[in-house]
Design a protein around this ligand. Sequence first.
Ligand code: ADP
Ligand code: ZN
Ligand code: ZN
Length: 731
Amino acid sequence: MPQFVEVALPVPMRQNFSYRVNDNDSALIAIGVRVKVPFGRQQLIGLVTGISDSCDLPPTQIKSVLEVLDPEPLLNESLYKLTLWAARYYFCSVGQMLSQALPVALRKGAQLTTPSTRFWSLTGKGSSADLDTLKRAPAQRKVMQQLREGELTQEEFDALGLSKTALKALQEREWVGFKDRENSLDLGWRDTLTLGEEPHRLNAEQAIAVATLTQQSGYHCTLLEGITGSGKTEVYLALLETVLKQGKQALILVPEIGLTPQTISRFKYRFNVQIAVIHSGLTDNQRLNAWRQARCGEAAIIIGTRSALFTPMRYPGLIILDEEHDSSFKQQEGVGYHARDLAVMRGHLEQIPVLLGSATPSLETLQNALSGRYHHLSLGERAGAGQKVRQGIVDIRNQPLRHGLSQPLLNEMRMHLDAGNQVLLFLNRRGFAPALLCHECGHLHECDRCDAFFTVHQSLGEIRCHHCGNQYAIPKQCHQCGSTMLMGQGVGTEQLAQALSKEFPKYPVVRIDRDTTSRKGALEDHLNAIHKGEYKILVGTQMLAKGHHFPDVTLVGLLDVDGALFSADFRAPERFGQLYTQVSGRAGRASKAGTVLLQTHQSDNPILRELMHKGYGEFARGQLEERRQALLPPAWHMLLLRAEAHNPQDADDFLGQVAAILPQNKACEVIGPMPAPMDRKAGKYRRQLMFQTQERSQLQQAFEAALPQIEALPLAKKCRWSLDRDPQDLL
Ligand code: ADP
Ligand code: ZN
Ligand code: ZN
């Protein structure tokens, strides 16, 4: 009997595709194995999602599977179900969701398991060879020099960036050869777990949290709400010990910026086990390797950023999301999935506990904790020797500012610096100045492709648009009036750092932002130098606000936060609350008392007042009530449709037609079409439409019903449009 399969392919069409299976392949076919299939003129790799004896397509139209790539399904049943669920929830194709879930190397056809490892070494002939004869072949010479120091696995060879052609040439000369050695699985950690360090004695709150968490089995979701420095990581470590001792693995997800060697080393010091680290900086091969180690159970702990969520575990035991409020857990491009929401779903499907930790929980998670859907544990005291922070506002109305700095802040800085401490200044604007102003006519130079001002980068001699990458040499004359009196308007981190070096010549300044850390390893180098005390003044953007421990920082200054209080985004107050609390948490972490000073023109702003007087916890609960009254998430559920086109009318008309298709009643609301907060970006006009419902299921049903009609609209082909479920960012 002929056999047919449904295959999920990495194409944007929201459907699977049917293929015939040739008789000699049919024994290999199973749901979840990869197959290579013809698609148009290409060959694509996809995953089998269904098997049947019949097919609706006429026999002449159906093509055959070219090759079955796996001896067994790639993902276990729970993970496979998770991707199906996510595809449905985020309204994308299963193939697209699988593309998120699988390492690139597997999508390109790499083998699922490597039964053996290839080792390259010198042959007898190679050992006695004269390297001087390779003067004209430097690449071969390099390979020979490396191999003289010892054998290399294929992976090490690739990681060193050595030339494959050179290797081939040397192999032909019979100077090098390889041996394949069989891999054996090392699962020793499951029998005997040894600790690399003595854990801290837990304080009472920590002990209660750990006792509660270790009693959980099966699915539970818990919010661990603990102020910065209250010892959340210590709780994770204690919980991990129990999980690992049961022979189970743990997956730990951290924000993009939090995955530093500092973080990883805390887990490495504590447990003598294999840890797989998964992040976007890995090569395809390294990533596949980490994935394999997790899948076969060799890696006891898997630490990674957003996409590590999909890493399979042979012995699933626990999922932890640290800094669960962090916006990097939401993917912004392509499929806009949220790793936190999917982690909770994964916990359900795999029947394991999920722990969400934060000093500043997202309102979504807080609501679930307060309503009793999640368990709720709190840590309210600083662990160890940490101390409380003193907070102050500097009202800068009518005050002279020097490069953005007020006199009271400068005075306070001097005191802390002279006492031998470090000072951290937070300014969320990189570059020298956020705009270029003509002193004669007042013209502000705007990007020709976006509704945004150019940022001045003085050291680069350039003006740059931070939204589309457009860049020019700093103009000598005003584009409007020709005057040469051009000056930077406002202050960015580059200017601030420069001014501070002049103001405090004795105290070295370091600047941490995307410009100074673009080189690989640069952030690490800077952080190490900060820890050694080589810098006394730390200037930085968001990058400095998160997760780092700076024991010698006693003063934190926040410079230009007024903009954050007035954003069009309904999440702006929540974001500001998190940022303020996180940045403040950098002060006084160890034995020294900390001070936080905030410069603002809005010293009476109620958001600010509430935050400072009541703290994030109460502030967030108030925000939750406001969202409820405004029918906004997390009370209501939101889907954002974005459309962009060279002709704004196309985008408007398209979304207008979509709006007409969607239901509108007491429980379903349609808002728009309207211009996006940044109306024009990279030369295209951007419009958006919001669809909001009272219940999550209403959104699912209504939009699933509307989608085929939307896709059939002729204008759907004229605009670039995308869907963002539970949007985190309305830009
Ligand atoms: P968080 O993750 O909540 O910011 P950490 O777990 O990093 O907090 O703890 C903050 C500091 O306090 C760390 O230096 C940690 O080693 C220390 N610490 C945590 N728990 C204890 C404890 N029970 N006794 C002593 N020191 C502790
Ligand atoms: Zn001018
Ligand atoms: Zn631009």
